[in-house]
Design a protein around this ligand. Structure first.
Ligand code: NAD
Ligand code: WQD
Length: 338
């Protein structure tokens, strides 16, 4: 029985990863304080996999309570640290809350990993660590630019904390995964993205507009120097992203890592414009989307997409779904939850 502790297991990416872990024979345990999620995700997981997942409703900033979970669950083989606050905009206005939550939770979990001898650790990082880079596609060695917001800074700092910690901690190895733009839902539409806060990411905005929750949506910018004037991003299907975590666990457990801590980009490796994403949605769903062309959104980079060769070469991971599958599954999830 290979127990894996998934922090933030009731959240969007955590819940999808739990499904993939179960399908690969692991036994996930979740810690999630439900600050941005709901235990309903666990019901969806049970319907999909037939397995009941235990969630400890604990704030990871509470060291003693976090420690008790490790005490209660000896023999955890790996930790996946999803738990974090993730709103770029909110982080600008509440920087201390973001530093406190995202870093203190990480420090506490690392301290428990050391005390209880948990050897493998995977951290949810983000392409936002690259800042406003002009190097495209970005590779893992593309240097960090100045963080555009406190949220992105928590990811830059998180990666460095893990690197320093792994260097000096015996029998401990870690991977930071830099996600690009996660989107879509499990094909069953039993789990998907359902944050407590208002959606602002492109794909949920599209599906909420199509279902009538919003009268229309705005394409932020039509005069960028791109093939159709709108911004370019790398949209990665959440189930492909989930599979990357399982691949990392196997890689670390097999001792295949060359360094105590490593970094991998997790994207599709290709850029899609906002308008192309909208057309893909219209094509696969047959829905006409009510969108207007608007001004640029402050803080947006023009283009960013991943070079994902390292993940394919070392982890044997590559995505198998594209923007159309993202739109199809996101729409199925939206319709089920309308
Ligand atoms: P999410 O908000 O759906 O999931 C995060 C979960 O962590 C939530 O369920 C929340 O309740 C929980 N949580 C937060 N702080 C906690 C704490 N102190 N103690 C216990 N639980 C806590 O977000 P997500 O989209 O699933 O993102 C998962 C991770 O991936 C985050 O670290 C995020 O920063 C990172 N990431 C997300 C994206 C994205 O676009 N979704 C992109 C890049 C990186
Ligand atoms: C995608 C594109 C918008 C909404 C964010 C975080 C990043 C990472 C992923 C966590 C952009 C355009 C959007 C709308 C639009 N998260 N858009 N109309 O900004 O690339 O990345 O999520 O780590 O850190 O910053 O994602 O989905 O908000 O935007 O035209 O109503 O869609 O301008 O070009 P973003 P997004």
């Amino acid at each position: 029985m290979q127990k894996v502790l998934v922090t933030g297991g009731c959240g969007y990416i955590g819940s999808h990863t739990i499904v993939d872990l179960i399908n690969n024979g692991f036994v996930p345990i979740s810690i999630d304080n439900l600050s941005n999620s709901d235990e309903k995700a666990l019901e969806g997981i049970q319907k999909i996999t037939g397995k009941q997942i235990r969630n400890y409703q604990i704030d990871l900033c509470d060291f003693e309570k976090t420690r008790e979970v490790f005490e209660e669950n000896p023999g955890i083989v790996g930790i996946i640290q999803f738990a974090a606050l993730k709103s770029v905009e909110e982080s600008v206005f509440q920087p201390l809350r973001y530093f406190h939550n995202n870093l203190e939770s990480l420090l506490n979990v690392l301290a428990c990993a050391a005390e209880f001898g948990v050897p493998n650790f995977i951290f949810s990082s983000s392409c936002s660590v690259y800042g406003n880079t002009t190097e495209l596609p970005v590779t893992e060695s593309t240097p960090f630019q100045e963080a555009e917001c406190p949220y992105a800074r928590t990811k830059q700092m998180g990666e460095k904390i893990i690197e320093d910690f792994a260097k000096v901690t015996k029998d401990f190895r870690a991977i930071s995964l830099r996600y690009f733009n996660p989107a879509g839902a499990h094909e069953s539409a039993l789990i998907g993205e359902s944050p407590r806060t208002k959606a602002s990411n492109l794909v949920p905005v599209i599906t909420e507009t199509a279902i009538g929750k919003r009268p229309n949506m705005t394409v932020f910018g039509s005069d960028y120097d791109t093939r159709d004037g709108s911004c370019v991003r790398d949209y990665i299907h959440v189930m492909d992203l989930a599979a990357a975590h399982t691949a990392c666990l196997r890689y670390l457990m097999g001792g295949k890592n060359a360094f105590p801590s490593e970094i991998f980009n997790v994207g599709i490796g290709d850029g899609v414009t906002v308008l192309e994403a909208i057309y893909a949605f219209e094509k696969v769903t047959g829905q006409k989307l009510n969108y207007i062309m608007g001004p640029r959104r402050a803080g947006d980079v023009v283009s960013i997409y991943a070079n994902r060769d390292k993940a394919e070469r070392l982890l044997g991971w590559k995505p198998v779904r594209g923007i159309e599958e993202i739109m199809r599954s996101a729409w199925a999830w939206q319709m089920k939850n309308a």
